[in-house]
Ligand binder design. Structure first.
Ligand code: P6P
Length: 340
């Protein structure tokens, strides 16, 4: 995908251009997306400085996942809560870093959107300067008024009105969709603006990469083991073998496969019986992006976006990326189960 040559389009202008497609739009979603972009710029600035201001290292406490929190995790979480909580556009928020729902601060108006986010995904990569990311998911509230409630954030992924991620890599990119295709913006740090660099991103139907933590191979069920062997190229008559690329950061692994074509898998195993990744603020937003880019996302059997969440931090197996590759994995799993 070459970087676009042409007029400079900031994310603000692009969001407003998109808004004009919907005469009934009030601009609240547009402003919420722009608020998120502001939060991303603040987090990006801190990540850039991470090695310099000794912000690395643990914050001395652990998050709801029982994982040691890095100071940047805490900073990113507080930044996003603050930037989005004080806008009158959200009625409730939820974060990987918080066990419970995050209410709108007292005294601030509640809006019509419910926002979920993983403030700093892949944070174990921070100390080794590998790419990390932020993921967000936005729903229209289902409750009538006042503070949002759990049902506002436990909606099936197909009901998302917007989803996106920021990748803090060799450059900082924001990729999002509101159901009108997938669009990528690259941060120009010299002017502090996200500029449209990858309009209308589409994922190749068949990928060149597969991304999975092969050290879990012995803990997978037979269907997944056979499917991954197929991605190795063991069944060339059905699928050409692929190159392995795995960085251990969902946003970075997903982004590479989105741009170049590929499939990412985090299957269930005997240790993570429901997989490792979270349905509501990891799998669902990435699944909306994948489908909007012409790809697919399942749990190995079911479409991710059809799954009705039952708990805020519930996990799900995830198979996501190039459509043909995701279908291949589902076929192998089904055939293996049929063989008994
Ligand atoms: P493993 C990062 O901790 C994360 O949540 C995702 O970003 C990433 O895809 C996955 O876990 C990596 O997990 O078990 O392969 O280290």
């Amino acid at each position: 995908m070459s970087i676009m040559q042409g007029p400079i389009v900031t994310i603000e202008r692009f969001i407003l251009d998109q808004e004009r497609l919907f005469p009934e739009a009030t601009g609240e979603l547009s402003n919420l997306l722009y608020d998120f972009a502001l939060g991303a710029k603040i987090v990006a600035a801190s990540i850039r400085r991470a090695g310099l201001v000794n912000i690395l290292g643990s914050a001395g406490n652990t998050n709801v996942q029982g994982e040691e929190q890095k100071k940047l995790d805490v900073f990113a979480n507080e930044t996003l809560k603050s930037v989005m909580g004080h806008t009158g556009r959200v009625c409730v928020m939820a974060s990987e870093e918080d066990e419970e729902l995050i209410p709108v601060p007292p005294g601030w108006p509640q809006g019509k959107y419910a926002v979920l986010f993983d403030p700093l995904d892949g944070s174990s990569n921070i100390d080794v300067n590998a790419a990390v990311g932020t993921i967000f998911s936005i729903y229209r509230r289902t409750s009538m008024e006042g503070q949002g409630v759990l049902t506002d954030v436990l909606q099936a992924g197909a009901r998302q009105v917007a989803a996106g991620y920021v990748m803090y890599g060799s450059s900082v990119m924001l990729v999002y969709t509101t159901g009108q295709g997938v669009h990528g913006f690259t941060l120009d740090p010299t002017i502090g603006e996200f500029l449209l660099s990858h309009p209308n991103l589409t994922i190749p139907e068949v990928g060149i990469y597969y991304s999975v933590n092969e050290s879990n191979f012995g803990r997978w069920n037979k269907g997944i083991q056979r499917a991954v062997r197929g991605l190795h190229g063991d069944y060339p008559e059905r699928l050409k073998g692929k190159n392995s690329r795995y960085i251990g950061s969902l946003v970075a692994d997903f982004h590479r496969n989105l741009i170049a074509g590929g499939i990412f898998l985090y299957p269930a195993d005997t240790k993570n019986r429901n997989g490792k990744l979270r349905l509501t603020y990891e799998a669902n937003p990435m699944a909306m992006i994948a489908e909007q880019a012409g790809g697919a996302a399942t749990d190995g059997r079911r479409r991710i976006l059809d799954i009705q969440p039952e708990a805020l931090h519930q996990r799900t197996p995830l198979v996501i990326g190039s459509k043909r590759d995701v279908e291949f994995v589902s076929q192998i799993i089904a055939e293996t189960e049929a063989d008994g």
